[in-house]
Write a new protein. Sequence first.
Length: 71
Amino acid sequence: MGNEIKLPKTECCVSKVRCARCPIRMLKEGSLPDGFGVHKRKLVRVDDKGRRKKVKKSQVAAAMKGRKKAA
């Protein structure tokens, strides 16, 4: 359990110092799962055509779980 992957928040808290789960920080580092992005400080799902959809916490958890198994 030493290398635990943290789920990103669904919305940025606008803190001056970015927290470890900030979606903006994770996007910049490249640690967000494929197909996810940030629009107006909120985590969104981006499809191939560039359309954005709202994200539920369970969708993020499933994507991160799949990413952990692939690594």
